[in-house]
Design a protein around this ligand. Structure first.
Ligand code: HEM
Length: 433
């Protein structure tokens, strides 16, 4: 008997419901991550995580989940969040004995494969080695005259405005942008001179939000076509302009890798090296105004150590324990990087915080929830700089970790700015704010 051609079948709504149900049951009971606690909706769908990102408070919402469940929470069907300080080295560190390493989430490469943030392991090591020398404590100390030039200008401008309410968030951003502009592309952005935001600042602030949307949509292949529409047209135009800007103002000379790498890195350095330090200083200023007794201690430390402002330099600020403790505690309370750098376990799996983790699992560690973990920090929601002075045995275990190549520059810049602000001014929150 001749075979009749099979009649093409199409899926009905009932089939879709059935398939969705099967997937949900698999995710909940049979998926390798099903033993990890978390909300049911997150175990069966990625949408809750995307919504957390969209609402702009993923760090706070993830902290609430850790508070409700435990230190390891399933935040998407194939994704875990950790709230342990030890997880830093297990997730980001190099493995010994040939064990497979966790790699960066490949979706990051969509936005930044030519720079440190999105590069694969091999390129990342190459970039990091090329940049490491320029970020050593010694190299940063040599840049002191350049850094001081902009801090002098900041102090001058603030004196001109003394007595009036000023928006310190803007002033700090203008200062850090001028410094990093001069350090990385050879020219300041002229923010402190004008004083006003360079279009870079508006582009940076505007882009960060939309870039996080674009990154998350990569998890939903059916909706990827929406990506170009997520970034407003004006912002796209500004982004293109800033790449041209970086190229035109780049100093001729050393070219460690390729031209594209350099342009991309200039952009990364300006973003990573300005807003982070400015946010740290803004958070510190706010917390000091909210805690005048800490501000008084800081003023006493700075004023008793220096008889003239010229004495405040790279070496002398490193001998101010209270200033350092205030900055560390502010970084803990308001870590400037709110998002996590998602990594993925190797196909054979790995071990994180003594817990075996299946292969190809997305893994996160957010700063904010980790620094608010009462297992590591006594009274985690309170501003207590003494926890970093090592004098109170109750706080002896409190520690902070930062996996950042720009750490030396960030600490130098923020200590110099803070010490000089406190040396020159008394401050309080404006009633208008
Ligand atoms: C207080 C200020 C700062 C904080 C809190 C901070 C925080 C961080 C964090 C959490 C990361 C890891 C992010 C990730 O892997 O996705 C990072 C990476 C990075 N930071 Fe910073 N940062 C600060 C200042 C700076 C400065 C001044 C620079 C200098 C230009 C800088 C340059 C970088 C770069 C290039 C990376 C990528 C490193 C890599 O992937 O190997 N940061 N930073």
């Amino acid at each position: 008997m001749p075979f009749l051609p099979a009649k093409p079948t199409s899926l009905t709504n009932g089939d879709f419901v059935f398939l969705a149900l099967v997937c949900a049951i698999y995710c909940l009971y049979f998926h390798p991550l099903s033993r990890f606690p978390g909300p049911t909706t997150s175990a069966i769908s990625r949408i809750p995580l995307a919504l957390r990102q969209y609402r702009g408070r993923p760090h706070v919402e993830i902290a609430e989940l850790h508070h409700k469940y435990c230190n390891i929470v399933r935040i998407a069907p194939d994704q875990l969040s950790f709230q342990n300080l030890d997880a830093w080295k297990d997730i980001y560190g190099h493995r010994k004995g040939g064990a497979g390493e966790n790699s960066k989430d490949p979706r990051r490469q969509v936005l930044s494969k030519n720079n440190l943030l999105g590069a694969d392991r091999e390129n990342h090591s190459l970039f990091r080695r090329s940049l490491a020398h320029g970020f050593s404590a010694q190299a940063i100390a040599e840049q002191q005259p350049l850094i001081n030039k902009y801090i002098d200008l900041l102090i001058k401008r603030l004196h001109e405005n003394a007595g009036n309410p000023v928006n310190m968030v803007s002033w700090y951003n203008w200062t850090t942008l001028d410094i990093i502009g001069d350090l990385s592309v050879g020219e300041p952005f002229g923010c402190l001179k004008k004083p006003q935001s360079h279009f870079w600042v508006t582009t940076i602030f505007g882009s960060l939000k939309y870039l996080s949307y674009v990154r998350h949509i990569e998890y939903f292949p059916l909706f990827k076509f929406l990506s170009p529409f997520l970034i407003p047209k004006e912002l796209q135009r500004q982004q293109n302009a800033h790449y041209i800007d970086a190229l035109m103002s780049r100093k001729p000379g050393t070219r460690p890798i390729t031209q594209l790498d350099i342009i991309d890195h200039a952009a990364v350095l300006v973003i990573a090296g300005s807003q982070t330090t400015a946010t740290t200083l803004s958070g510190t200023t706010y917390l000091l105004c909210k805690h005048p007794h800490v501000l008084s201690k800081l003023q006493a430390e700075v004023q008793s150590n220096f008889s003239s402002e010229d004495e405040i330099d790279f070496n002398s600020v490193s001998r101010l324990p209270c200033t350092m403790a205030v900055l560390n505690e502010s970084l803990r309370i308001y870590p400037p990087v709110a998002v996590s750098s998602t990594h993925v376990t190797p196909p054979e799996g790995g071990v994180i915080c003594s817990e075996p983790i299946p292969g190809n699992t997305y893994i996160d560690i957010f700063h904010w929830p980790t620094y608010r973990n009462s297992q590591y920090f006594v009274e985690p929601n309170s501003f207590i700089p003494e926890r970093f002075l090592g004098i109170d045995p109750r706080l002896a275990n409190d520690k902070l970790d930062l996996n950042c190549i720009g750490k030396n520059l960030a600490y130098l810049e923020s200590r110099l700015v803070l010490a000089r602000i406190v040396y020159n001014f008394d401050m309080e929150l404006s009633r208008q704010s």
